[in-house]
Design a protein around this ligand. Structure first.
Ligand SMILES: Cc1cc2nc3c(=O)[nH]c(=O)nc-3n(C[C@H](O)[C@H](O)[C@H](O)COP(=O)(O)OP(=O)(O)OC[C@H]3O[C@@H](n4cnc5c(N)ncnc54)[C@H](O)[C@@H]3O)c2cc1C
Length: 578
């Protein structure tokens, strides 16, 4: 929180210094004391404060100044900061002007020069006005202000990025918030691209990319070292756990994360089944703690950087990022999790980010207050989102394809949903169409297994319909199953022997039979034996996999954390042997 400001304005340098000195002596602990020697200079300061979100509490202004009188200044200042208290410093001869100004510029007081001793003539009056001002002004938020249109994909992206990276910000809706419009009026560009970010140092960014925001606020995006023992791709629970274990055991560890640390877990409003948190813990909080723990052990985390390629030809493993930057590691862990499948229904693609969302940004509760929201999906993630939005929305409707939630959701969540009055569950239901021009307004829902369609008003639709790995960047290098999940252990052996991205032998087509380890060992007598990767090792030596992206993994926080931690043991073993 920044201190509120007392501004003193006088063109006489001796008087200005004296006022400033007396104000500082009494108020410097709680207020910033600022000064200006002309009305124009003072107005410039006010413009700057407006842009930076600083708040003046009181103006103490001399009446007699050559270019702009004190009253003229106060008239303009009160437009920018109508709540600041206004005191005029006058000579005896100006008393009438001061009295007239009480109505004209809502002057709070006038003070006759000289004001000695200040304990008697200055402080009682100023203190009373400041106390009065304080009552109406609780401490001011001193962080980034985001001004934008509420239902646009970029506004959503920026808010989501800041929230998931634990960066405090205030959202100001340009449609309904006066401060938002005042801030935009101060920007030179008449039609700036929104959302616009206003920083406390007075600078702004118009619709910046996540990378630009990260660079601006000091989130690390560039690696410090030329070579790491372990590069972890993905900062979900699996990647963060591996980073903590790796770094705590002496591995020089780098994590590369495309969005924000926390992964899917970061979107969870309350994880209730993670060991050691009997009251549950929000995914955001779990991620925040994990990041702090990783940093304590010296892990570097690059955010807003996407791994786009992997080269394993030489002695080091080389990860290529989206801009062509290469990172060198002695070992690599793939922990890229899964992302939501797209909902295929008319209108959905056009309205994504404008009322239709994949997953649920936990900061979005307020934006659906007292409105009707819909959630597609019947698994735990959908259930958690329903419980979260039920605290804000008028109604939450879950659209479930099956006949009940029982097949896909934990009983504790089913019970919670059952006892929450404003959540309703529509089974045998699907979204047929998302309707709206600039933002979602209605949904066409097929009910009773397609027997009837219903058009409903909807402020937002949150989609939780299963997930798929995004592992295209590993194609041709690392063996994956038919769905793109990364194979490990003996499954990877088979795939690498077949030298292809391959269906896992024990799922998908079943065309490839898995040889037993004994068979493989025996065959080594007559031909080069396929290498047997460790449990969490992929088809490429020195490249490991953990968490949801691994073929056959259990899609849970605890198992992702467990696999990430275990993978480090295999990394150690590999590094010892090479
Ligand atoms: C809303 C919700 C609620 C859930 N609730 C629970 C629960 O209550 N209990 C429970 O046990 N599980 C829960 N889950 C499941 C759990 O969150 C996941 O199983 C777990 O997060 C998997 O961890 P992970 O590290 O493997 O992958 P993820 O969490 O998916 O993390 C992968 C990370 O990798 C990043 N990434 C992907 N590709 C790249 C790339 N090319 N370059 C750089 N970075 C990349 C992603 O941005 C992401 O941050 C929930 C999931 C959701 C979505």
């Amino acid at each position: 929180m920044s201190k509120p400001i007392i501004l003193t304005l006088d063109d006489d340098p001796h008087v200005l210094r004296a006022v400033e000195r007396d104000l500082r002596a009494k108020y410097a602990a709680e207020y910033r004391i600022a000064r200006a020697d002309s009305g124009a200079a003072a107005l410039e300061l006010l413009g700057e404060w407006k842009r930076r979100g600083r708040v003046p509490a009181l103006f103490l202004v001399d009446q007699r100044m050559p270019e702009m009188t004190g009253l003229e200044f106060l008239a303009q200042a009160s437009v920018l900061f109508p709540d600041a208290r206004r005191v005029l410093l006058t000579a005896y001869a100006d008393t009438d002007a001061a009295i007239a100004a009480i109505n004209e510029v809502q002057l709070d007081h006038y003070l006759l020069k000289p004001w000695d001793p200040p304990e008697e003539k200055l402080y009682p009056l100023i203190s009373e006005l400041l106390d009065d001002w304080q009552l109406a002004h609780p401490p001011v938020f001193d962080g980034i202000r985001v001004v934008g249109h509420p239902w646009t994909p970029d506004s959503y992206r920026v808010k989501d990025f800041l929230a998931r990276n634990n960066v405090p910000y205030v959202w100001l809706d340009v449609v309904s918030n006066g401060e938002a419009r005042e801030l935009l009026a101060l920007v030179e560009d008449r039609e700036p691209a929104l959302p616009m970010l206003f920083f406390t140092d007075g600078t702004t960014l118009a619709n910046p990319s996540n990378r630009t925001i990260a660079d601006r606020i000091g989130i690390q995006t560039i690696a410090d070292q030329p070579l790491y023992d372990l590069i972890v791709v993905g900062a979900g629970p699996a990647g963060l756990a591996a980073a903590v274990y790796g770094a705590s055991e002496g591995l020089k560890t780098l994590v590369v994360e495309e969005e924000a640390p926390g992964g899917q877990a970061g979107m969870s409003s309350r994880i209730e089944n993670y060991l050691g948190f009997p009251a549950g813990i929000s995914g955001g909080e779990l991620a925040r703690r994990a990041v702090a723990q990783a940093r304590r052990f010296g892990v570097e985390i690059l955010t807003t950087r996407q791994a786009k390629g992997l080269n394993a030809d030489g002695p080091t493993r080389v990860v290529t990022l989206e801009d062509g930057t290469t990172l060198n590691g002695r070992a690599v862990l793939i922990a890229t999790g899964v992302s939501y499948r797209e909902l295929e229904a008319k209108g959905v693609a056009d309205l994504t980010g404008a009322g239709v969302y994949y997953g649920a940004a936990m900061g979005e509760g307020e934006s659906v207050r007292d409105q009707d929201v819909y959630i597609v999906g019947g698994a735990n993630s959908a259930g958690q989102a329903a419980m979260y939005f039920a605290r804000f929305a008028a109604t939450v409707t879950m659209l479930v394809r099956g006949s009940s939630l029982a097949a896909s959701m934990s009983q504790y969540l089913i019970d919670q949903i059952g006892s929450t009055a404003n959540i309703r569950v529509w089974t045998h239901s699907e979204v047929r169409e998302a309707v709206g021009t600039d933002r979602l307004t209605h949904l066409v829902v097929m009910r009773d297994g397609g027997e009837r369609s219903e058009t409903v008003e909807a402020a937002a639709l949150f989609v939780f319909i299963g997930a798929q790995p995004r592992t295209d960047w590993l194609g041709g290098v690392i063996a994956r199953d038919a769905h793109g999940f990364v194979l490990s252990g003996t499954d990877a052996t088979v795939a690498s022997a077949a030298n292809q991205d391959t269906p896992a032998p024990n799922r998908a087509s079943g065309a490839v039979r898995r040889p037993s380890v004994r068979t493989m060992r025996r065959s080594s007598v007559s031909m080069r034996a396929p290498r047997i990767p460790g449990l969490l090792e992929t088809s490429v030596p020195g490249v490991f996999v953990a968490g949801d992206v691994r073929a056959g993994s259990v899609k849970r926080v605890a198992s992702a954390v467990g696999e990430g931690s275990m993978a480090v043991m295999y990394v150690h073993r590999y590094l010892r042997e090479t």
